[in-house]
Design a protein around this ligand. Sequence first.
Ligand SMILES: [Cu+2]
Length: 492
Amino acid sequence: MTLARFVDPLPIPPLAQPVGERTHAAYPGRRLPYYRMEMRAFRTPLHRDLPPTPQWGYQGMSPGPTLQAQRGEPLLVEWINALPQEHFLPIDHSIHGAEREKPAVRTVAHVHGARVPADSDGYPEDWFTPGHSALYHYPNGQDAATLWYHDHAMGITRLNLYAGLFGAYVMRDPHEQALGLPDGDCDLPLALCDRLVGKDGKLYYPVSDDPEAPWVSECNGNAILCNGKLFPYLEVEPRRYRLRLMNVANTRFFNLTLSNGQPLVQVASDQGLLAAPLPRKQVTLYPAERADVVVDFAGLDGKDIELRQQGDAILQFRVRDRGRRDTAAMPTALNTIERTPPATAVRDRVLTLGEMDDAGGRPTMMMLGGKHWSAPITEDPRQDSVEIWSLVNLTGDVHPVHLHLVRFQVLERRPFDLFAWNATRTLKYTGPAQPPPPEEMGWKDTVRADPGMVTRIITRFEGEPGRYVWHCHLLEHEDNEMMRPFLLRARA
Ligand SMILES: [Cu+2]
């Protein structure tokens, strides 16, 4: 299927607007902005020349409206499930949590990267069905960062996101606002994902050859969508823009470049500002990772520039002078990031990333620490304690590992002997530790665990005690056992 390029304008999700103010028991004496986010079925074309695509989205759009938060100003969101009773994508009832007796359409919203009390974090088993809702509160006590919200329902998260249930959650703070980075209509979220799209415009989700167990271990599409469109264009002015690149895909990773060879100047990673602007020829993002980049279109009036994924166009920028000028300069320093000393860790947890295969070598499920989701909790850090998690990847694939609640730093990656591990469960390193590259020297919430490597991260478990989760953010893996609860225990 050949489609004309750059015939649809890039959709910019509207900012979510509160519908009123409400009190909440967690914030006595305060009135908080109250948002309603209704999940609805809708149809919209992914491209001018395709029939409308049935999708699901918050407020009937995908990406959903952008939630904008200011540090220290809590907000309330009522997440409302107004979806149909039947799912339009293939549920695998053999997967834990998606059994045949469970309702087909279940949703629970999670804000990825937000430090939120457990009752508002969107625990995967806290799902609710059409006609129901959940009121969540977000304290917003954290640094400015590009977060995102998405569904997290047990066993069908991959299908609910694929259907379109995601959006941006932009956290702002005074420190960042004083830096003079591009803002307003020059600050744009770009949600990137791939989909398998038919000529009929419909979304197809790949299935195995077993109708009783249709789950597949990865999902790769034939179309790359940027804010829900295929090959969109965006008219920009010859000035600086902040692009909040978000990988919201199920499986695909992105290697992003600009067609004119200009650098993408990265200013932030998952959890906010880097120490200093970092010019990059190419930005790689695994599922759920974000990179905020500043692109300067000054001097390019009249030119067309493409944002590309491994050489293929995703989005075209048309630089057209409208007379506005951008006088602010890029700051040389952005943030102070103190490295957490490994010696402050009270514990180093060795946690495997593993894959179970059938007799034919096909993966049947993925596991963390060799345990199923339903096994008793083993990761139980104390509130405010520092821990190192050593992620031992026993598989041949990259797994982007995400911890809810916390931000962390990447310490190192180090090659190890897989055969020695399998024989005696001992870590025998086969080479020196590799320090993280500059783009991983900021705060992260999702880390690439490379095959053949022990990836070590360090975090202070700040937040409210309670039950949260950590998981692989390849959604096919997450849905099929590559997710574990963790318990944040109250400080002693
Ligand atoms: Cu995985």
